[in-house]
Design a protein around this ligand. Structure first.
Ligand code: ATP
Ligand code: MG
Length: 263
């Protein structure tokens, strides 16, 4: 099983949206997919079909209350196995942040307990970077996807954090989300980002802005089902295809994945 961490350095970048969409698109390609929510906002379950916020979840396991997967794992209509974060109190989050700081490999160990075939993939939705959850996810990842909006705040904060995201030796790629090429400001922000991250920023890894994205979510549907020919649907399929090929090892990604990080 390989692990993909989705991180972002600003709020609302589209991390949860992209995590859920990729989970479903990869599952529809026949890939065994697990998804884990490490963000106290507890939104991944809603994207994957829960009609209420799961009360129990990984947040409690991180705080030392019970086991990470047993009793916390759901399966959605497309066969994605997922573990919500659950509803936690401030005291519980303070406790688990302290624990994660003490046990930097908590998530690596928890993921090793998932009994998944070698061709399976785990997708990790994280709290905004920097955070204990994002640090654990990056440490566990073979591939880190930095989801960022093409605006000055998103690009400048990612440019600043990028060296620390690369420290583990995992492959790191930028996914530009909410792209609107007609806006000069976005082009300028991406030039700045490109100067900082080099070929981690590829044209292929982008998802255009589509106002129908939140509307589909609100209806409990997927944009790529409701509007399969839209640019954003095409982009999400392209990203899923790229990841599928990377998982199969048929891509020349230009940078070797450290064997220590390959499970
Ligand atoms: N490509 C897109 N086009 C238009 N809207 C989008 C796009 N991607 C995501 N959104 C919308 O942007 C909002 C934020 O997305 P999402 O919750 O996935 O971001 P996030 O990075 O997980 O946020 P948070 O920092 O709160 O965890 C949602 O309403 C989502 O529907
Ligand atoms: Mg989110």
């Amino acid at each position: 099983m390989k692990t993909i961490a989705l991180v972002s350095t600003v709020g609302g970048a589209g991390k949860t949206t992209v995590t859920a969409a990729l989970a479903v698109l990869l599952a529809r390609r026949g890939r065994p997919v697990a998804a884990a929510d490490l963000d106290p906002q507890n939104m991944l379950g809603a994207h994957l079909g829960l009609d209420t916020f799961a009360r129990a979840g990984l947040g409690h396991a991180m705080a030392g209350q019970g086991e990470p997967w047993h009793g916390n794992t759901w399966r959605n209509a497309d066969g994605v196995l997922f573990a919500p974060h659950g509803e936690t109190t401030l005291a519980e989050r303070t406790a688990y942040e302290a624990r994660l700081a003490q046990e930097p490999h908590w998530l690596v160990d928890a993921l090793a307990r998932i009994d998944f075939p070698a061709r399976g993939v785990a997708l990790l939705d994280t709290a905004r970077f920097p955070s204990q959850q994002a640090a654990q996810a990056v440490r566990a990842a073979d591939l880190v996807l930095c989801v960022t909006p093409p605006d000055p705040a998103g690009c400048a904060t990612l440019a600043r954090c990028f060296p620390s995201l690369r420290e583990t030796g995992a492959l790191v790629k930028v996914v530009v989300n909410r792209l609107n090429p007609a806006r000069d400001m976005q082009r300028d922000a991406l030039v700045l980002l490109r100067a900082a991250v080099g070929d981690a920023l590829e044209l292929a890894h982008r998802v255009h802005f589509d106002a129908a994205m939140p509307e589909s979510l609100a209806r409990g549907e997927w944009l790529f089902d409701e509007a399969p020919h839209s640019q954003a649907s095409h982009d999400l399929h392209g990203l899923a295809n790229w990841i599928d090929a990377w998982l199969d090892g048929t891509l020349d990604v230009g940078m070797a994945v450290d064997s220590e990080h390959t499970r």
